[in-house]
Design a protein around this ligand. Structure first.
Ligand code: SF4
Length: 231
């Protein structure tokens, strides 16, 4: 087991030349500040999908009430291929402690990615990038952020706290009834939780039994990570 948290990072933020134009978006906050605390797992879904670099750009498009991932300018449809790639590749990320995504990418952006309509230059809405959306749906308890959000010191500290918390949870596994109680009493009491969240977590742990452990464990982790997330 790694002796520090493992987080996935969009490869271009680590300085890898994987962008559509063969460039990168090296983020010093990641490589200079977080590198001493975390192990990085580089992820580029577009290169992973075999699109190469350099490559034509792709974008999110509204098409017949659905969201599609289309190549410019010929509108070749990568949606199903990306979904399939996500289904397979995300299985390897079930035990990571966080993910730093590239903001605004139609694949990696976790939120506020522009959505277009074919033939129109201006965005008609916003959504999550296709791969990031699949990640968030598969692992809603794993902390997610972007390189832009991390420029805010409060967000950087909060992300680090959530990553450390999930790392501590992963280190405690396998979590039986005794481990859950110990994690809750030893670790959670140091965390900046409000009274409502603390009470809810106390109740969950107090009411857990051997029969309900599997579901309680999942609910506890999700509630704990939600409680630590920024409003
Ligand atoms: S944003 Fe994601 S898909 Fe685009 S280059 Fe970076 S890692 Fe690759």
């Amino acid at each position: 087991m790694a002796n520090r948290p493992s987080i996935a990072v969009s490869s271009c933020l680590l300085g890898h030349n994987v962008r559509y134009d063969g460039s990168n978006r090296h983020c010093r906050i990641v490589t200079d500040i977080l590198a001493s605390q975390m192990e990085f797992i580089p992820q580029c879904p577009e290169v992973g999908l075999g699109m190469g670099s350099p490559r034509p750009t792709i974008g999110l498009y509204q098409y017949k009430q659905t969201l599609r991932l289309l190549r410019n300018p010929d509108y070749y449809d990568f949606t199903d291929a990306m979904d399939q790639y996500a289904r397979v590749s995300l299985q390897k990320l079930s035990k990571i402690d966080g993910y730093i995504f590239k903001k605004g990418s139609p694949s990696c952006g976790p939120w506020q990615v522009p959505v277009y309509q074919m033939g129109k230059p201006d965005p008609v809405g916003q959504s999550a990038g296709r791969y990031a959306a699949a990640f968030k749906q598969t692992y809603p308890w794993i902390p997610v952020t972007t390189e832009v959000s991390l420029q805010n010191r409060d967000i950087l500290e909060n992300f680090t706290l959530r990553v450390q918390t999930l790392y501590r949870w992963h280190q405690s596994e396998p979590i039986d009834l005794g481990t859950l109680r110990q994690f809750h009493s030893d670790y959670t009491k140091q965390l900046p939780l409000n009274e409502l969240h603390r009470t809810q977590l106390n109740t969950l742990v107090e009411q857990a039994t051997g029969e309900t452990l599997t579901s309680v464990r999942a609910v506890y982790l999700q509630r704990l990570m939600d409680a630590l997330a920024p409003e």
